[in-house]
Ligand binder design. Structure first.
Ligand code: ZN
Ligand code: CA
Length: 369
């Protein structure tokens, strides 16, 4: 049975460990010793060395006695900022930070949920198939741990990522791919008062391009945003260079390509009109995933929800997570809510009932495979 006291105690312990992105060493060592304490073997890959971090992804394969499809349980070890010196406090049914940092429930509640589920399997002698528990590094800011993971060690067929918000039973089954877009708009400098005719304003090119662009929610599964604009030196100089950082997302790859091309054309047309130039670079950050209602992983979730008395809510998210990366690696995966709330703010909190419920749901999932 899921043990509430044990979960709260261990969650508080984990949250107090500083574990910023690329600085997960202490967290990795703590988790390793906990898993080894359960009699499990932990493999640490070399992703940390490859991305300039001090710890790798942890992969812990738990052999099962049942011949069912192997599954992946996943949570990330790093936390967002401000996240050093975290001091969690229990207030009634909630665990919160002391208001000076984030809490770190994103994603240490996911980590705790997996640890508790593994313990419960053993204690209660629950029959299960092979389970691969994976704790990634550097999810925040780029999914770098999942992107650089040693996939030769992974043979799971289905993935359950514990890293989402909402009521327990909320599961993200669809998420967009994202293109990261970097643009340099080039004009020509000239004195703005004496000979403006000789200049080409990169600001004007950029402005016209952006004004003509479809942005925001482009359609039901596509979004786009201009996030950062920088450039210019002084009011008396025609600006000759503007840098733009933007993104486009869609659950449909063809639509993503179309939106990206549209943004490129807006810049190019404006540059041509004013006699400037554009360097437009687009890079796929992560692929989309679209789990269908008839997929086996949904049947597993349905059986588990019924068993755990959880209301299953299958939804689409606009965000990206490690779930996108492992789907891209051929492991059909979904992202489950662990009840984390107001993440990436100093008001972050988690409801203790949700924390325990998420572990009960995860145990039910393992049974339902
Ligand atoms: Zn997260
Ligand atoms: Ca996050």
């Amino acid at each position: 049975m899921v043990n509430r006291e044990r979960m709260v105690g261990e969650f508080m312990e984990l949250v107090k460990i500083d574990s910023l992105t690329r600085c997960e060493r202490k967290m990795a060592d703590t988790l390793k010793s906990k898993l080894e304490g359960m009699g499990l073997t932990v493999f640490e890959d070399d992703a940390g060395a490859r991305i300039g971090g001090n710890a790798g992804n942890l992969i812990c394969t738990v052999k099962g006695s049942r011949d069912t499809d192997p599954i992946l349980l996943m949570a990330h070890m790093d936390t967002a900022v401000p996240g050093t010196g975290k001091n969690p406090v229990i207030q009634g049914n909630y665990i919160r930070s002391d208001g000076t940092t984030i809490l770190g429930g994103d994603d240490l509640a996911g980590v705790e949920c997996i640890l508790e589920a593994l313990r419960v399997l053993k204690e209660d002698g629950i029959e299960h198939g092979d389970i691969q528990a994976v704790f990634t590094i550097a999810e925040e800011g780029g999914l770098f741990g999942a992107k650089n993971m040693d996939y030769s060690k992974i043979y799971a067929k289905y993935g359950f990522v514990m890293d989402s918000g909402g009521s327990i039973g909320t599961v993200a089954v669809r998420a967009p791919a994202q293109n990261k877009i970097d643009v340099v708009v080039k004009g020509k400098a000239a004195h703005a008062g004496i000979e403006p005719e000789r200049g080409v304003s990169a600001v004007q090119i950029m402005s016209e391009a952006v004004a003509n662009m479809r942005l925001g929610r482009v359609d039901e599964e596509t979004t786009a945003n201009i996030g950062v604009i920088s450039g210019g030196q002084a009011t008396n100089i025609i600006c000759d260079r503007v840098e733009v950082k933007a993104e486009a997302r869609s659950r449909d790859r063809a639509k993503l390509d179309r939106q990206t091309e549209h943004m490129k054309q807006c810049f190019e047309k404006a540059a041509e009109k004013y006699g400037g130039a554009v360097e437009f670079e687009s890079e796929l950050c992560y692929p989309e995933f679209n789990i269908r209602e008839e997929d086996e992983i949904v049947s597993i979730l349905k059986r588990a929800a019924q068993d755990a008395g959880v209301e299953l809510v299958l939804e689409a998210t606009g965000g990206g997570s490690d779930t996108n990366i492992i789907n891209g690696r051929g492991i059909q995966a979904v992202d489950l809510s662990i009840g984390m709330d107001k993440v990436h703010t100093v008001e972050e909190q988690i409801n203790i009932d949700d924390l325990t419920k998420s572990a009960e749901f995860l145990v039910a999932i393992i049974k339902a495979v």
